[in-house]
Write a protein that binds this ligand. Structure first.
Ligand SMILES: Cc1ncc(COP(=O)(O)O)c(C=O)c1O
Length: 406
């Protein structure tokens, strides 16, 4: 059992805002002191431009940056650290793979499949690439729970399908998809599977080799790390064949006026000065997660989700999006309240010191598909408390009457 009151002391923001129930972890997580310190220490004691100097401090910066890469590789069980590319965030990772893989294997008339439920970051890069290439984007519809059916996906695949890109865990439904089963179906059809892990990686034991995904994108800031650092995992043999996404310093071996030879992996995809402080902060976040234990974090998030859903079930006029079973929400509860605008819901909750998110959560096509313009979302992390959940559900039970309904 985790000692949450002790754990919360690791997060300076909780003592700065003791009254606030921060339930917007799907947008970004809070940061433990060890992460803040690791970033600080880097700039105080190890800062130089990695890879560029022939002096000790630059070597130290390089070593720390590459150590962070090895930690990420271990965390997702990649076969090699060369398969881990540092980016700014999941969005940049998805743009990178959409551009580069698209350049490599998509031609006019080819098909790309994404789901209706994708975050804009895993839909628009594919649409822009398809537009450039004259390819067609097709949309997989989720089940009511948010699940993607491998059988339904199989029915959409054909010899024109080159790429399938799906979220491993929806930021609206909270449903964790069976990426291994989806990858098997996609591979059978000879296509590539990209998983958007922005929500799944912070709340799951991730194993890219077991699931056999070709690419996995995620952000550091949703998993206790700093903003401005993200990851694209890709299988080495595919990354080697892909052309660069951005060009400039550090991604080349040699340049003459006639010719360019690109650097090897992963540097071919990391043009310009890297975010060493961010990567080191992410490495510290991984150490922290390992010290708590992902399984224990998941168990606690399930307990908080169950508590919230049990309480919400007692409130009339509240409708939770997705599965009825709390186990398929993984800390994400997106809901609507009859005749109350989600922005009013979020403002009333804010007046009660509960931070949630309202709007379409960067999933506008999904909201159109569900026939709901917008929703409110509470999202939990292991460090949230039962008291915070009850503060949230108690405030929710008052909303309709505060809006003048009986
Ligand atoms: C499912 C999903 N994909 C992608 C993203 C984009 O993440 P970022 O803004 O960190 O690039 C998010 C962010 O909320 C998300 O929830």
């Amino acid at each position: 059992m985790l000692n949450i009151s002790e754990i919360r002391k690791d997060f300076p923001i909780f003592s700065a805002y003791p009254e606030l129930a921060y339930l917007d972890n799907g947008a970004t997580s809070q940061k433990p002191e060890c992460v803040i310190k690791a970033v600080n220490d880097y700039y105080k004691n190890a800062n130089a431009n990695p890879f560029r100097g022939l002096y000790g401090l630059s070597d130290l910066a390089t070593e720390k940056y590459e150590e962070a890469r090895r930690k990420v590789a271990g965390f997702i069980n990649a076969g090699s650290a060369d398969e881990v590319i540092f980016t700014r965030n999941a969005t940049e990772s998805l743009n990178l793979v959409a551009f580069s893989l698209g350049e490599m294997c998509v031609n006019e008339g080819d098909e790309i499949i994404v789901s209706v439920a994708e975050h804009h970051s895993n839909m628009l890069p594919w649409r822009l690439m398809a537009e450039r290439k004259g390819a067609i984007v097709r949309y997989l519809e989720p089940e009511e729970s948010g699940e993607f059916s491998p059988a339904k996906l199989k029915g959409m695949l054909n010899d024109k399908t080159k790429i399938v890109s799906l979220t491993a865990m929806s930021n609206i439904y909270g449903f964790k998809n069976d990426i291994k089963a989806l990858a098997a179906v996609v591979h059978e059809a000879g296509a590539y599977l990209i998983a958007d892990g922005a929500q799944s990686v912070p709340h799951s034991v991730t194993d890219v080799r077991d699931t056999d995904v070709d690419f996995l994108a995620f952000s550091g800031h949703k998993m206790l790390g700093p903003m401005g650092i993200g990851v694209l995992y890709g299988k080495e043999e595919i990354l080697r064949k892909m052309p660069p996404y951005m060009s400039g310093g550090e991604m080349i071996e040699n340049v003459s006026l006639e010719e360019i030879t690109y650097a090897g992996l992963p540097h071919k995809f990391e043009a310009g000065t890297v975010n060493a402080g961010g990567a080191i902060g992410l490495g510290a976040a991984i150490d922290y997660i390992d010290s708590i234990g992902m399984e224990a974090m998941i168990e606690r998030e399930e307990m908080l989700t169950k508590l919230a859903m049990d309480q919400i079930a007692k409130i009339d006029h509240v409708h939770v999006i997705g599965d009825k079973n709390y186990k398929n929400h993984n800390g994400i509860i997106t809901f609507k309240i009859d005749n109350v605008h989600p922005h009013d819901v979020a403002s009333i909750l804010a007046d009660s010191n509960v931070a949630v998110r309202a709007g379409h959560h960067c999933a506008e096509p999904l909201h159109a598909f569900m026939g709901i313009p917008s929703t409110t979302r509470a999202s939990f992390m292991f460090y949230n408390t039962e008291e915070e959940v009850l503060k949230f559900t108690e405030a929710m039970s008052q909303i309709r009457s505060l809006m003048g309904y009986r």
